[in-house]
Design a protein around this ligand. Structure first.
Ligand code: DC
Length: 228
């Protein structure tokens, strides 16, 4: 699909928390032989650093200054998974904890900090043949992407998915708690410029009641048309 045509696409996937963006983006990238860039993971790495430095409640200036002195990298491992490094330390697992989830929407809000991350994300995407997922990819980071998707699901369904995920990882949270947390994060994420807005050229996919494989197939069918 990719090598034969020699035409490599830049694909943007946006949507709210728990919509399954990263899972779907990872599989799509894998099938196409593309790079997967999880921008949420980059903001999570900054949130972890802010927590450790006592800056999670810091003002915009302090958070932006911190980001300017931070090296966040996504590296493909031998197993084909993407590892996240923070100033050289592997933080792939640490950034998924509830403490990071709690502060990440606030830490990722200063516009100076976002400008720096957007610049970094554009540099990584420059090679094409990428699937990038986040909140502002089609609107801000890659407005010229070849294909844009906006993936969502009902709040209840997103909470249920996160609940199952956390249960498997051994965390006990009630469904109500998770639903409230996701709603709070969506609200906070919507305040940022270009974040969680569905641009007119994005394909909207409501994944409520769909399996991961069904969403992947749908996206791949649009990619095939993108090559036509
Ligand atoms: O996709 P995620 O849940 O891992 O993202 C974590 C947080 O990072 C999310 O609450 C908002 C922020 N984020 C952002 O502001 N812009 C992006 N492009 C991606 C994530």
């Amino acid at each position: 699909l990719t090598e034969e045509s020699g035409h490599r696409l830049m694909i943007a996937v946006d949507g709210p928390a728990g919509a399954g963006k990263s899972t779907v983006a990872r599989i799509v990238a894998d099938r196409l032989g593309y790079l997967h860039i999880d921008t949420g993971a980059m903001y999570r790495a900054l949130a972890l650093k802010a927590l450790r430095s006592g800056l999670a409640d810091g003002d915009d200036q302090a958070l932006t200054a911190m980001a300017e002195q931070t090296a966040v990298r996504l590296q493909l491992t031998d197993g084909g998974k993407v590892a996240v490094s923070l100033d050289g330390e592997d933080v792939t697992d640490a950034i998924r904890g509830p403490d990071v989830t709690k502060v990440v929407s606030r830490v990722s809000s200063p516009s100076g900090l976002r400008r720096r991350m957007v610049q970094l994300q554009r540099e990584v995407a420059a090679a094409k043949g990428v699937v990038m997922d986040g909140r502002d990819i089609g609107s801000v980071v890659l407005p010229h992407a070849d294909l844009k998707f906006f993936i969502s699901a009902s709040l209840r369904e997103r909470a249920l998915r996160r609940h199952r995920e956390l249960e498997r990882a051994g965390f006990a949270h009630s469904l109500e708690e998770i639903e409230a947390e996701i709603a709070r994060r969506d609200e906070e994420d919507r305040k940022k410029e270009g974040s969680l807005v569905q641009v007119p050229d994005a394909v909207y996919i409501d994944t409520t009641g769909l399996t991961i494989e069904e969403v992947v197939s749908l996206i791949l069918s649009f990619c095939r048309r993108g090559f036509a």
